[in-house]
Design a protein around this ligand. Sequence first.
Ligand code: DGJ
Length: 368
Amino acid sequence: MTTSAANHCFRPGQIWPDDRGVPINAHGGGVLLHDGVYYWFGEHKIAGEAGNRAEVGVHVYSSPNLYQWRDEGIALAVSDEAGSPIEHGCILERPKVIFNAPTGKFVMWFHLEPKGAGYSGSLSGVAVADRVIGPYEFVRAFRPNAGVWPANVPAAEQRELEPEKLALLATMELGGGPRAYYPKHLLFRRDFAGGQMARDMTLFVDEDGLAYHIYASEGNGTLHISQLSADFLSPAGKYVRVLPGRFNEAPAWFKVGGRYYMVTSDCTGWSPNPARLLAADTIWGPWEELGNPCLGSAQQVATTFQAQSTFVLPLPGRRDAFIFMADRWNPRDAIDGRYVWLPVEFRHGVPMIGWQEEWNLEFFDKMI
Ligand code: DGJ
């Protein structure tokens, strides 16, 4: 096997060894650039189907160049304590870390499902550390925005759900994917008091230092964009609903020339589906759908190169240079999920993603 030390390119979908020759184990992850070093945080998965639950925690790697990654260990470990919200065997997905300059703390958010309850918890977990590689200390898990109405719903809809509608919802099978009937005006009202459901997620820090938590809510049918408090540890109390009933998950966020973009996916569990590109002129929207950003064969376009979006990494000091990061899941042997990193290309100003068997950062020098 080629070791990471010899790697000076990206090979999407191939095994990617770390500095010790061990395949990188950081699924559903995100990258933080701090003091000139990249840190890749992701779900540490174990072998087999058991790897779809969290038995170890969040793994972190560091790199000076994005090709070669040094294993920095487990940033946030799951707990051995029975009943802990992050007890091993819970579901801990899509961890992202941002740095809060005023407090000097590194803040991690992730999607958390307490052990043994499937995906019904729909919680956000928060952990914090003084050093970028951790150890991260678990702070709390909760449903965000309890007692707060979305900023973009009419006053007439800002009222808690009537008991008969609650009873009706209780009889409905509301899985995590599109349904013939999706009660798109009811779920955020049902969850007003206890907090909004939060599954697939990412974080974004804007140029003005304000941070946002973007998560699939309302049974995966509606994305929420939620501002974070100044210390990044809690929701600030303002959020909007995005494209209710469109079932977008796996949000990966980026900003180009003052415009905001997300790549998302449809909701089909671990199976790949066509990606979607969403855009808006302000964080709060309105968000428009621009279609599928993937370029290639019908099969590549229909499956997002057999992968699902997880993060878009801006390259510092370069205009319009972004890496699209996606996961090629392997739910039967979770540890063998692969990483698909591809350059974002601009066609008539629209961000698109094409397949590369092998590529390096010189790609961006050639981009016109
Ligand atoms: C799709 C999500 O994007 C993943 O993070 C994971 O939650 C799977 N669904 C589980 O089926």
